[in-house]
Ligand binder design. Structure first.
Ligand code: HEM
Length: 239
């Protein structure tokens, strides 16, 4: 059976399994990525043949917006998300992303950390990261403009967890995402714990961080939920 036939089959509407896909196709001028070390390529950046050296547009609030080429000529203002209707079991729900819906994947790789750095990361940074991710996934997160958030652990080929994770979240607008990063206590706590770790180890960290942000035009993001529970992805916005 082809993947398309599998996806379209009415059999997906039955049983105890829900299926979903959230597809983002940003143009290059609406995509940016930043990594903490030149060998830390992850996600879309792995397609690149080479990366630039250090850039000026980082280490200040607003740097991420400045790295998006489209922001030079466009305020990238969001609009109100379309509210899906309450899903019922056995139903397909298709949602078109609204103009300038924003997506971030923000990843952590602690595979190469040892000793005090690993202890500080796992003991002080990761717990506040988890809290921040739980906030965004809660109904308070919706109030902050976060439409959906997942905190994910990367698995190996045998489905065993490895020392990598990432947060994946959809936002009503880039401005909402920025406001959370710059002002909300949960991201500021993550930021503070990370800075504390850097001071404590007093040598270049082995922790690798990266993120990638997209701001999508209308028609460039599509969501489909089949037989899913009502809190899956954007379905939590249902009225
Ligand atoms: C261990 C986890 C994390 C650490 C240590 C961390 C730390 C930081 C730091 C140092 C910056 C400034 C980067 C620069 O421009 O040089 C930053 C920016 C940012 N972070 Fe985090 N962060 C973490 C996780 C997350 C997560 C999970 C999200 C969202 C899901 C997030 C959202 C953002 C955003 C949107 C910015 C850009 C703000 C701007 O340029 O205006 N961060 N973070």
């Amino acid at each position: 059976m082809s993947p398309q036939a599998f996806w379209q089959s009415d059999e997906r509407l039955n049983g105890h399994t829900g299926w979903f896909r959230e597809v983002a196709c940003p143009g290059v001028d609406r995509f940016e990525t930043l990594m903490s070390s030149p060998d830390g390529q992850e996600a879309v950046a792995r397609l690149a043949e080479a990366v630039s050296g250090e850039i000026l547009e980082h280490a200040y609030w607003g740097g991420m917006r400045d790295r998006l080429p489209a922001s030079q000529t466009d305020a990238l203002a969001g609009s109100h998300p379309l509210r899906p209707t309450q899903p019922r079991p056995g139903e397909r729900v298709i949602i078109e992303g609204h103009h300038n819906i924003a997506l971030i994947r923000s990843g952590q790789n602690w595979e190469h950390t040892v000793g005090a750095e690993r202890e500080r990361y796992l003991g002080e940074v990761e717990p506040v990261l988890r809290e921040g991710m739980a906030f965004l996934a809660s109904s308070d997160g919706v109030g902050a403009g976060c439409l959906s958030n997942r905190y994910l652990r990367v698995l190996d080929d045998n489905f065993a967890p490895i020392a990598r994770s990432y947060g994946l979240s959809w936002w009503q607008s880039l401005a909402h995402m920025e406001a959370w990063a710059e002002k909300h206590p949960t991201h500021l706590k993550i930021f503070g714990a990370f800075m504390g770790m850097l001071q404590a180890i007093a040598s270049p960290p082995s922790l690798r961080l990266y993120h990638e942000v997209s701001v999508l035009q209308a028609g460039d993001a599509q969501f489909e939920y089949i037989n899913c529970h009502a809190s899956t992805g954007l379905l939590r916005l249902a009225t």
